[in-house]
Design a binder for this molecule. Sequence first.
Ligand code: ADP
Ligand code: MG
Length: 328
Amino acid sequence: MDEFALIRRYFAPLSPAAEGVVLGIGDDAAILAPPLGHELLMSSDTLVAGRHFPLTTAPYDIGWKALAVNLSDLAAMGAEPLWFLLALTLPQPDEAWLAGFADGLGTLARTHGIALVGGDTTRGNLSITITAVGSVPAGSSLRRDGAKLGDQICVTGTLGDAALGLQLNGSENRSPCAQSEHDLVALHARLDRPTPRLEAGLLLRGFANAAIDLSDGLAGDLGHVLAASGVGADLQADALPVSEAFARQAEAGDRLALQAAGGDDYELCVCLPPDRLAAARTAIAPLPLTVIGTISAEPGLRWWATDGTQLKPELLSYQHFDDRRQAP
Ligand code: ADP
Ligand code: MG
């Protein structure tokens, strides 16, 4: 199958007639008409086989996650998804792999009404780069640099599931009961098919002073907000929200590291004034919004236990060029 047949067969179906698409796949470039009075937001992310996902990952999950991580960036800015580009490097045009990949990618794309408008297809080691484009009414994006003294620091959903799923990969010394099987499936689903919080991002635009999505781990990601905003934070370790599967399966001694430095959660972390909390919670319900700490004047990030003692956890956020931390 040549490159053009491959694009026609697997990727053109992800390019429905969509709003603002004057010309989609097939010419040298797509022609797009931005919504009037809006700003465009663009974000790229690359997934490299063997680094961002194990070589054994199902093609459906690779397609899903490649788009999900980009949509999560749009969500963190409060943007509505519009279009995306796909740059795909493949060792060979394996049809079963392509069908699964396009299915995962297309399922998530249709869920959020985002249209594929172009890309590039090349031969080489498996790697996927997606560029997603979204929009917001001019001036209304959520950013990292707006956190204010006294803001409550909140997260959507639960933290640590993906990291625990990764930790439990291949661990054989667990009791093989039905409950832990069920929990493992749930934890792996969080790792392989993360849910970008687009709806919550849009709704939180009216409430939050700052936002970021949690891809590399809470401690590191919140650190970017603190640095950009010129503030510090005090966090309650026991306030970090957990799923039922996490509560049952995580070892007590691992919890804080998994939740605060684990990464791959793709939840949103937002900073908002206390008097907006109740309305923000109502707006995004039933998705939970949990207060985990407060923005303070003293720079840096401090962790506290419920009894008021300070914790000094060693937390390393995922960084590609940091030798202290190896890729999975
Ligand atoms: P060119 O050689 O002019 O750069 P290509 O031959 O790479 O164009 O691509 C032809 C058309 O197919 C373009 O419109 C391009 O955007 C689209 N395209 C190529 N690869 C992909 C892909 N993986 N997904 C979606 N569209 C693609
Ligand atoms: Mg060309």
